[in-house]
Design a protein around this ligand. Structure first.
Ligand SMILES: NC(=O)c1ccc[n+]([C@@H]2O[C@H](COP(=O)([O-])OP(=O)(O)OC[C@H]3O[C@@H](n4cnc5c(N)ncnc54)[C@H](O)[C@@H]3O)[C@@H](O)[C@H]2O)c1
Length: 255
């Protein structure tokens, strides 16, 4: 993987998949600037503390980030147990806001990687809704659209991961044609990180039991990070606008 001297921003850098991604990117020679609400416990080339659920906090963070950014890994996320509003703001609206703010700093060859989930796999069932939300231009417009189309607490995590996949798939090619910056999603299945327990609570014992028969085991963060890092690297330069499952085959069993 050629990542030497690429400057890459990683959100959610202080735990789980984000921390492992940052470690691997640095190992391959990238300069990694982390963004998280919590202090990181690993070596980085820079860190900006920010609450990615608020546009004002994101705007303040953007002021502190470098003027040239080659990669953006949007890894930060909260589980459904955090509540509909927070899930909407962190996992979707804030991610979009940060990405839109940083795109002008990304040169040709830049790459954006959004971390979705196997739980977003049912996006085709609600495609028109997700396209309508994707068409909203800003954080505030997205919030207003959601006020008129309320999302259920029980399914909010799935809903906003589906929305993230649809936004990525619909936005990637217009941006690539205009700027030569790529954007893709990675969709992990269950991963051993601090929020795995919340997902078990969210989907319920029955779904967990069903899924555990369909897969060998949950992943480790170091099985997701190489795929995110590779999507930032020159070697993947012709991959754009895809949602790549990294789930040990789990999504393939839903057909
Ligand atoms: N763990 C899994 O089973 C799993 C499966 C599929 C997808 N995912 C997704 O992977 C991503 C990473 O999750 P993880 O498992 O590493 O979880 P994690 O809890 O270990 O890490 C999430 C990170 O995001 C940060 N974060 C959360 N809210 C924030 C906010 N408002 N502002 C700034 N930072 C914030 C946290 O501080 C934390 O460092 C998430 O988007 C999650 O939805 C996880």
């Amino acid at each position: 993987m050629n990542l030497i001297d690429r400057t890459i921003v990683v959100t959610g850098v202080s735990s789980g998949i984000g921390a492992e991604t940052a470690r691997l990117l640095r190992f391959h020679g990238a300069h990694v600037i982390g963004v998280d609400r919590n202090e990181p416990s690993l070596t980085l080339d820079g860190f900006v503390q920010a609450d990615l659920s608020h546009p004002e906090s994101i705007d303040a963070a953007v002021q502190c980030l470098p003027s040239r950014i080659d990669g953006l890994c949007n890894v930060a996320g909260v589980p459904g147990t955090a509540g509909v509003e927070l899930v909407a703001c962190v996992n979707y609206l804030g991610l979009r806001h940060l990405t839109q703010a940083l795109l002008p700093r990304m040169p040709a060859g830049g790459s954006i990687v959004n971390v979705a989930s196997v739980l977003g796999a049912e996006w085709p069932a609600r495609l028109e809704q997700h396209k309508a939300l994707a068409a909203t231009a800003s954080f505030a417009e997205g919030e207003a659209w959601l006020a008129g189309h309320p999302v259920d607490q029980q399914t909010c995590y799935q809903y906003f991961k589906e929305a993230l996949i649809v936004w990525t798939l619909t936005q990637a090619q217009p941006w690539f044609l205009a700027t030569s910056v790529r954007m893709n999603c990675v969709a992990p299945g269950p991963v051993f990180t601090p929020i795995l327990g919340d997902f078990v609570t969210l989907v319920g014992e029955q779904r967990v039991a069903e899924d555990s028969r369909r897969m060998k085991r949950p992943a480790y963060a170091d099985e997701i990070a190489p795929v995110i890092a590779w999507l930032c690297a020159e070697e993947s330069r012709w991959i754009n606008g895809v949602n790549l499952p990294v789930d040990g085959g789990l999504a393939s069993t839903y057909l």
